[in-house]
Write a protein that binds this ligand. Structure first.
Ligand code: GLY
Ligand code: MN
Length: 484
């Protein structure tokens, strides 16, 4: 005899369980509590963040889901990473956060009580702990029980099953964070419980994250430091990668190994682009061979266990030495990046560093005769012809997401002003397409980007990724040391 279906996430090919086994599995397990003093990293930061969010939406219920698992096939899900706003408000970062929801319940006209709705550790009765492929402790690992989660976070914690009761009761004005929940439930095809996501909540949460506190800056520095190590690993691996028919993949693997070993993984899919592949801004196919006479554009970042991102690019000569034409193009991008970095200070417009970098690029292209109009004319907003060769903006905010705070409104970000504590990238590039007939043949197929991470300080900006060389001379001698 076997037991009837259980509602567990089991596979069609799982062997049936007998009542005798079910009874046996429920007995003689020792208690294994989490250490009583365990807390989420940065524990003392989170109440202040929730208070600032609360103050922005008095009297309204705020729902911030961690997000849902996405099925890859059958019982196999994609790896899960909780939404950055949920992480920023709770400090909870693991794959076990899938489906969890933070609710800020209004306590009156002002103030909220934050409540976490969680799927807790399964009890050692019932079959979930050893049979459930999605939540079972013996399948995917231990998760905290409700009391442990309360201690870890300092929050009131309820069972996820009780969220439905809350949502079925009296409804204050409710806002749900956009981008965390499918409008249509994948399993039923019906609208999900959070089917009306709120753009204003997403914007405010993005804007609250624009200024990083000291703890966050420490985490970002850690992400950068691990990324520097990953770049060193890649240079050391170049002789092997150059011999491999898909050397770009080899490089991706080497960097990603470091990212996974030191942190949660990569901040985004590693871009390993040799030769003309570097003219594709987000070349993530990474399936090319490495031409020893070409440049390698490596755009990669480590994400810490606390989910903070680095985002760094270096463009390296695979031979170890820049050719004259590679050097000419590289030095123009370097000069543009230096001009961009020099424009960073509190009170500067966000667009200023991009403008400063683009002025250098446009003037360089005009000097080379590539741009056949004066740089000044090309830089005018109603012209912009230089953009054919540089394609995109020169940077972005950096934090829990590599393109951080992306839901911020223009007056706080694109048309806003830099403030102390903002962290951002400066990454101008030249993308000289291999089929661009406006270019001299020797420039065609060169793709160069130099990207660094910086924090705005009281009187300027601090380069967080200065451990990686930027000048031609420094890049060549760094490579030579690592390869010797
Ligand atoms: N580092 C590439 C990007 O920011 O899109
Ligand atoms: Mn970037």
């Amino acid at each position: 005899m076997t037991l009837p279906p259980t509602g567990l996430n089991t596979g069609s090919h799982d062997l049936p369980v007998s009542p005798a086994l079910e009874a046996f599995m429920g007995t003689r397990w020792a208690a294994t509590p989490l250490p009583a003093d365990q807390r989420v990293p940065g524990y003392d930061r989170f109440p202040g963040r929730r208070a600032r969010l609360s103050a922005a939406f008095p009297g309204e219920r705020l729902i911030v889901p961690a997000g849902r698992l996405k099925v890859r096939a059958n019982d196999l899900d994609y790896r899960f990473r909780p939404h950055s706003a949920y992480v920023w408000l709770t400090g909870l970062t693991g794959e076990d956060q899938a489906d969890h929801v933070l609710v800020l319940e209004p306590t009156g006209p002002h103030g909220h009580e934050p409540v976490l709705y969680l799927h807790p550790r399964s009890p050692r009765s019932g079959g979930e702990f050893y049979r459930d492929r999605r939540y079972g402790e013996f399948w995917v690992g231990r998760r905290p029980d409700l009391d442990e989660s309360a201690r870890l976070t300092g929050l009131r914690v309820e069972h996820l099953a009780d969220l439905d009761k809350l949502l079925a009761g009296p409804q204050p004005t409710t806002r749900v964070l956009a981008g965390t929940d499918p409008v249509v439930d994948e399993a039923t095809g019906r609208p999900g419980p959070f089917a009306l996501p709120d753009g204003e909540l997403a914007a405010v949460l993005s804007e609250l994250r624009l200024i990083k506190d000291e703890w966050e800056i420490g985490q970002l520095q850690l992400a950068v430091d691990h990324t520097v190590t990953g770049f060193e690993d890649v240079v050391r691996a170049l002789p092997t990668a150059l011999r491999h028919p898909r050397g770009e993949r080899w490089i991706e693997g080497v960097f990603d190994l470091r990212a996974r070993a030191e942190g949660n993984g990569t901040s985004y899919t590693t871009i390993a682009a040799s030769g003309a592949h570097a003219c594709v801004l987000h070349w993530i196919r990474n399936d090319g061979a490495l031409d020893p006479n070409s440049l390698l554009l490596l755009d990669a970042g480590v994400e810490t266990d606390t989910l903070y991102a680095a985002d760094i690019t270096r463009t390296l000569p695979l031979s170890g030495t820049f050719s004259p034409v590679q050097r000419q193009a590289y030095e123009l991008v370097l000069a543009a990046q230096s001009a961009g970095i020099a424009a960073l200070r509190p009170g500067a417009r966000y667009r200023d560093f991009h403008r400063a970098a683009m002025r250098v690029i446009a003037e360089g292209l005009a000097d080379w005769g590539v741009l056949r109009i004066p740089a000044e004319e090309a830089l005018a907003e109603d012209n912009g012809l230089y953009r054919r060769y540089t394609l995109c903006g020169s940077g972005h905010m950096l934090g829990l997401d590599y393109h951080d705070c992306a839901k911020s409104r223009a007056d706080r970000y694109l048309d806003g002003t830099l403030e102390e504590g903002m962290v951002l990238t400066v990454e101008p590039g030249l993308y000289l397409q291999p089929d661009d007939e406006t270019l001299p043949v020797e420039l065609r197929g060169l793709g160069i980007r130099i990207e660094d991470d910086l924090v705005i300080t009281a009187d300027g900006a601090r380069l967080m990724s200065g451990a990686l060389p930027r000048t031609v001379k420094d890049v060549e001698s760094w490579m030579s040391t690592l390869l010797s």
